[in-house]
Design a protein around this ligand. Structure first.
Ligand code: ADP
Ligand code: MG
Length: 320
């Protein structure tokens, strides 16, 4: 099977959407897109490399979800509405079983996350998957990492540490039970918090999605905003399955530093926090206040009542 029939068979059928501003999709040299008035284009790209981001036996169907979930989560962190997807695939060979599972996963995930495939590139080499997503935000209303102010409340969505727990169940080949299944689901199927990003756009003072672990990622908000951070570890939202699987203490550690949760972490002032709490029935997912912004430039964590300075950095590909 050559490159063009591969694209024809596995990817062209996913690019069906002629609405959503797609003037030309897969098949020409470029996609042509209509941008609605009063909006800005928000763009992000993510790569998964075999051996670095996933194990060699990772199911292709799940990889597609994982790839898209991570990218769309970046759009969520900006308060953007997902629209389009371009896909660069580097494949060691044409493995039709792998391709059909990947393509099925991509179809399901792009429907779930609301992005239309509009083009890509297909090359030969070590297995590498790259997704670029494009979204829209009302002009000037995108959420940034900069803007947090001393006194702001720090919030996170959902529960933290589950994805790290899911990875552990795979590394340990844990035998199946409902908790293991939940944790693996959290690892393989990120749930980008797009609706929450849309809800808080315009009034959250800063926002980031949690891909490298809370302590590492919140450092980016602190640095971009020129502020410090205090997090109370007792207030971190932790799921019951994670607690049962690894126990309270390990769960708390993973909530602080485990990666790939793809929850949102955002800051807002006290007044907006009170307003947001009144809208709780409309929250797409639970939101938990876990600490506050300070005027120092330290990241501090409270364990058992005592504040400790944290020097945890997020995962970094080029740190020895
Ligand atoms: P070019 O040589 O002009 O870059 P390609 O032969 O790479 O064009 O691609 C042909 C068409 O197929 C283009 O519209 C491109 O966007 C699309 N395409 C290529 N690979 C993929 C892929 N993996 N997924 C979706 N579309 C793809
Ligand atoms: Mg090309």
């Amino acid at each position: 099977m050559d490159e063009f029939s591969l694209i024809q068979r596995y990817f062209t059928p996913l690019g069906l959407t002629k609405d959503r501003g797609v003037v030309e999709g897969i098949g020409d040299d470029c996609a042509v897109l209509d941008l609605p008035q009063g909006h800005q284009l928000v763009v992000s790209i993510d790569t998964l490399v075999q051996g670095t981001h996933f194990l060699s036996d990772a199911p292709a169907y799940d990889l597609a979800w994982r790839l898209l979930g991570a990218s769309v989560s970046d759009l969520a962190a900006m308060g953007a509405e997902p629209r389009w997807l371009t896909l660069a695939l580097t494949l060691p060979s044409v493995d039709e079983v792998w391709l059909s599972h990947f393509s099925e996963g991509l179809r399901a995930a792009s429907l779930a996350y609301n992005v239309s495939l509009i083009g890509g590139d297909t090359t030969r080499g070590p297995l590498t998957l790259t997704a670029q997503v494009h979204g829209l935000v009302e002009t000037g209303r995108g959420l940034l990492r900069k803007g947090a102010k001393a006194g702001d409340i720090i919030c996170v969505t959902g529960t933290l540490g589950d994805s790290r727990g899911g990875l552990e169940t795979l590394l340990k080949s844990a035998s199946y039970n409902e908790d293991v299944s939940y944790l693996r689901q959290r690892f393989y199927r990120p749930t980008p918090r797009v609706s929450t990003g849309r809800l808080i756009r315009g009034f959250a003072s800063a926002c980031i999605d949690l891909s490298d672990g809370l302590l590492g990622d919140i450092r980016h908000i602190a640095a971009a905003s020129g502020v410090g951070v205090q997090i109370d570890s007792a207030r971190l939202p932790i799921s019951a399955p994670l607690k049962r699987y690894v126990g309270e203490e390990q769960a708390r550690q993973w909530a602080l530093s485990g990666g790939e949760d793809f929850e949102l972490c955002f800051t807002l002032d006290q007044t907006h926090w009170e307003t947001l709490q009144q809208q709780r029935p409309d929250w797409p997912v639970e939101i938990t206040a876990i600490g506050q912004i300070t005027s120092s430039n330290e990241v501090q964590v409270r364990f058992d009542g005592a504040w400790q300075a944290s020097n945890v950095q997020g995962f970094n590909h080029f740190t020895e």
